[in-house]
Design a protein around this ligand. Structure first.
Ligand code: ZN
Ligand code: FE
Length: 260
């Protein structure tokens, strides 16, 4: 299959990114927290909305769905287990979602942790991942409903995707994530370099999203619970025991970040 899809970045609220995937004519939207900015972008690019894809039930990801449905009678795909009233086509991890008008298939990945029903959409052919509030550039979502073990498992599932996969997360949290990452992993040179590159983008008002799975594996502490430098930082602050395993390190990192 030749790649002819484009992805539009639609900023919303203070720091959300909403995504429009399109072929120049037809479009699907991922996590439309705000319907108005999506309708504007569709009109500006002369696109027909064909489907709505949702990752989880939080308002900043689903709030615009009713507005969009007033203008477009389209299917709403979303997690079966996240209690979203507007979902017409519930999805579970392991499902495949074929968007025929765009000639693209997404694998649905179960991502419990931030919410229990959270899902992500991954296209192998397009090498793109829409992961909502699970993996962020340089960080990860807060664990509101799941357990640290579930969140770690979800993140490890994403870390196993091909390194060139583009990571479309739902918030511009990157600089504050990287400040924390450097506190946890101060001797990681890839991380030091990334902070400079991303700060340069932010200075010019350029989004730092998407990143890639490869870059996240090199620089995101929540994908690096086995890094001795991170363990050393946590030990120095008595946040873990000497014999802490991957889950203990991850849990301590997430708790530290919550109060950072
Ligand atoms: Zn959320
Ligand atoms: Fe969010």
């Amino acid at each position: 299959m030749t790649t002819s899809l484009s992805i539009l970045t639609v900023p919303a609220f203070d720091d959300n990114y909403l995504w429009i995937v399109h072929n120049g004519t037809d479009a699907v939207v991922v996590d439309p927290g705000d319907g108005k900015v999506i309708l504007q972008a569709l009109q500006e690019h002369q696109l027909q909305l064909k489907a709505i894809l949702l990752t989880h039930h939080h308002a900043d990801h689903i709030g615009g769905v009713p507005d969009l449905l007033q203008s477009f009678a389209v299917p709403v795909y979303g997690p079966a287990n996240d209690k979203i009233k507007t979902v017409t086509h519930p999805l579970n991890g392991g499902d495949t979602l074929a968007i025929e008008c765009l000639n693209v298939e997404f694998q649905v990945l179960a991502m419990p942790g931030h919410t229990l029903g959270h899902i992500a959409y991954y296209s192998q052919t397009e090498q793109v991942l829409f992961c909502g509030d699970t993996l962020f550039a340089g960080g990860c979502g807060r664990i509101f409903e799941g357990t640290p073990a579930q969140m770690l498992h979800s993140l490890n599932t994403l870390a196993a995707l091909p390194e060139q996969t583009a990571v479309y997360c739902a918030h511009e949290y990157t600089m504050s994530n990287l400040r924390f990452a450097l506190a946890a992993n101060p001797n990681n040179t890839a991380l030091q370099n990334r902070q400079l590159t991303e700060q340069h983008k932010r200075d010019q008002d350029i989004p730092t999203v998407p990143s890639t799975i490869g870059l996240e594996k090199q620089t995101n502490p929540f994908l690096r619970s086995n890094d001795p430098d991170i363990k050393r930082s946590l030990l120095a602050q008595e946040k873990i025991e000497e014999n802490a395993d991957e889950l203990a390190v991850f849990t301590a990192l997430r708790t530290w970040k919550n109060n950072f």
